[in-house]
Design a protein around this ligand. Structure first.
Ligand SMILES: NC(=O)c1ccc[n+]([C@@H]2O[C@H](COP(=O)([O-])OP(=O)(O)OC[C@H]3O[C@@H](n4cnc5c(N)ncnc54)[C@H](OP(=O)(O)O)[C@@H]3O)[C@@H](O)[C@H]2O)c1
Length: 361
């Protein structure tokens, strides 16, 4: 067992575990709930170890002797700091599946420290941000002088897990974000809207707060970045009402109440959704002279892709464990075309024909 899967019994943790078993790289199962871990260990025949994130000694004991931890227990703004501290103490590589901008930014600031410890910090090895980060790196290779990057994503037949929804609800008070001249700037959620063609339908995509606003900058150096996304109708309504309800959303207890209510929802997309869902990405980059490039990428459903990408990233890091250290993004560490090796991923296609086509702005 070279690696530890923390949060192994969560919805996404279980998908990652299934994929790891399919690929023949079983992890040590870990998390904070002894009963859930014991049940999972019985089901899979794998060993497990209980460790609370609030117990540094237990975390040290968990990581000792391993080369890597894949952290699947979010919200990562809360769960990342103790795990990273333990990784640095124990010289163990850290990977996670966050999409949270503050987490990427906090880890980027620890680059030097991680290098000194010979530890790799590689957040975002799920849907957010593996494909879009690869697309960003690809666009940069097509247009090295790019100054602006626009990424668009649209999930078809998508569902959402309780854990993802809980993370989003806890962040509802935060405005949206873009990167302008290298700095992350807050903007009103959904303040800009585009129409894109997906298949034979025109869909509206809204400018959102998304991990690439942080990561694509470290991958490409492009100083102006924005991300647009297809969102459900209730989210579009929330964007319209955001200014009016912001004072309420700033109340911790209201967000925590909403987050607690999430537990009554199904754990995540069902098997049919995971098998048939697709995610479409389109990226545009342009430079100061007006030269533009565009490319597309298509992936399996978000949680299926997350499991495949996370396990593939674990394999890559285990293979070069002695050569990597410091803060990295998936696109920078693994290169733009690595994503194409993941099962079910198609790209990069050009944007002159086919879909989705950006039709207005
Ligand atoms: N970037 C991406 O593309 C992507 C994709 C999928 C998921 N995610 C993120 O991954 C996270 C998990 O999602 P999920 O769908 O698997 O959610 P989930 O089913 O609710 O599972 C969450 C897991 O995290 C554990 N956990 C939460 N807080 C903890 C803490 N303080 N200490 C120890 N363990 C803790 C939970 O354990 P308990 O049951 O003991 O609380 C559970 O094992 C979310 O933040 C989600 O946004 C990101």
């Amino acid at each position: 067992m070279d690696w530890v899967l923390y949060g192994a019994y969560g919805y996404t943790g279980r998908l990652i575990l299934q994929e790891a078993l399919r690929q023949g790289i079983p992890p040590l199962l870990a998390g904070r709930n002894p009963r859930a871990l014991q049940a999972l260990a019985q089901e899979t025949g794998l060993p497990y170890q209980v460790a609370s994130l609030e117990d540094p000694e237990a975390l040290d004991g968990l990581l000792q002797g391993h080369r890597l931890v894949l952290h699947a227990a979010g919200p990562f703004e809360l769960t990342m700091p103790p795990m990273v501290a333990a990784c640095l103490r124990q010289g163990v590589h850290y990977l996670d599946i966050t999409g949270e901008i503050p987490v990427f930014e906090a880890l980027a600031r620890r680059d030097e420290e991680a290098r000194r410890h010979g530890v790799l910090l590689l957040p975002g090895v799920g849907l957010d941000v593996v494909p879009s980060d690869a697309l960003a790196a690809h666009l940069k290779s097509l247009l090295p002088s790019a100054t602006h990057l626009r990424l668009i994503l649209c999930s078809i037949r998508a569902g959402i897990s309780r854990g993802t929804l809980r993370t989003m609800v806890l962040n509802l008070h935060r405005p949206s974000a873009i990167r302008r001249e290298g700095r992350i700037v807050e903007v009103h959620p959904g303040d800009a809207v585009l129409n894109i063609r997906v298949g034979n339908r025109i869909r509206r995509v809204y400018r959102v707060r998304w991990g690439d606003v942080s990561t694509a900058y470290y991958t490409t150096g492009i100083p102006n970045i924005e991300v647009f996304m297809c969102v459900p109708r209730f989210a579009a309504r929330l964007f319209a009402l955001w200014k009016a309800i912001h004072p309420l959303l700033r109340q911790n207890w209201i967000r925590h109440l909403l987050a607690a209510a999430v537990r009554w929802l199904p754990p995540g997309p069902n098997e049919h959704q995971r098998r048939t869902g697709r995610v479409y990405f389109e990226g545009h980059a342009w430079d100061a002279t007006g030269r533009r490039v565009c490319a597309r990428l298509e992936t399996p459903e978000g949680y299926t892709l997350t499991a495949r990408a996370a396990v593939a990233a674990v394999r890559e890091v285990l293979a070069r464990a002695g050569e990597v250290a410091g803060f990295q993004t998936p696109g920078r560490l693994l290169g733009p075309s690595w994503v194409l090796s993941l099962e079910g991923v198609q790209g990069f296609s050009s944007c002159s024909t086919g879909f989705p086509v950006l039709t207005s702005s």
